[in-house]
Design a protein around this ligand. Structure first.
Ligand SMILES: [Zn+2]
Length: 106
């Protein structure tokens, strides 16, 4: 049976995602909780700065190179089965919405 990567939608508490998210760039990742830089996305289980356990990963590169999405998904599934790949623009709009709501007191 052939396997394909299909995107799914699942709801998460955004604060929990933020406390366990690394955002991968071209070579290294940063921690979404404390913005620590230079994290190895393929080996770091926890943030060397703030100590959060990574459970999610998003990629900055996929915004500019969307055709690499499935290659990246395959690499993450192979090397980091402990991480859930989420879409960075979804995360950004969710956190943006939240800070807007906090700002306006909703
Ligand atoms: Zn951190």
């Amino acid at each position: 049976m052939s396997h394909h990567y299909l995107r799914i939608f699942k709801s998460y508490p955004i604060e929990e995602v933020k406390k366990g998210l690394m955002i991968a760039g071209d070579l290294t990742a940063n921690c979404a909780a404390c913005n620590a830089l230079g994290i190895d996305p393929y080996s770091a289980a926890t943030c060397p700065e703030c100590g959060v356990t990574f459970r999610f990963i998003a990629s900055r590169r996929l915004e500019s190179h969307p055709s690499e999405r499935f290659k990246f998904a395959r690499r993450i599934a192979d090397k980091r089965p402990d991480l859930t790949l989420i879409d960075l623009s979804d995360y950004k709009s969710a956190t943006g919405d939240k800070s807007a709501k906090d700002f306006f007191g909703f």
